[in-house]
Design a protein around this ligand. Sequence first.
Ligand SMILES: [Zn+2]
Length: 138
Amino acid sequence: MRAAIEEGRRALPACLPNPPVGCVLVRGGQIIARGFTQPPFEYHAEPMALSQVEGDLEDVTAFVTLEPCSFHQRTPSCAKQMIARRVGAVYVALIDPHPRNRGAGLSMLRDAGMRVVESFLTEEAAPDLEPYLHKAGA
Ligand SMILES: [Zn+2]
């Protein structure tokens, strides 16, 4: 997760207004792909990392600083793309407070049989992300 947090820091300022999310994919203890939020209409962190590896990823664990998006906005849902690639497990630092996500992304992953660990290293990821997350009523 610390590597994912580092990746997220590379996203600013180009990613705005999207939050600066970082993602790494790990197989056998090695990082095999890295991603961070690209400018609007381009890759989110997760599909950027997924684009760097081929085939099914049942033996891969994804570390993502923010819950993958469950809904199609400017780009297709990241949760759907992770399910399509059969990612085996995902560790998430923060739940996305966006009213259209808020746990829905994690539910999709769990329903697809993925092992989901939430609130992983939340305190370390939060300072980088919280200022950019959707605020209730904003
Ligand atoms: Zn996304």
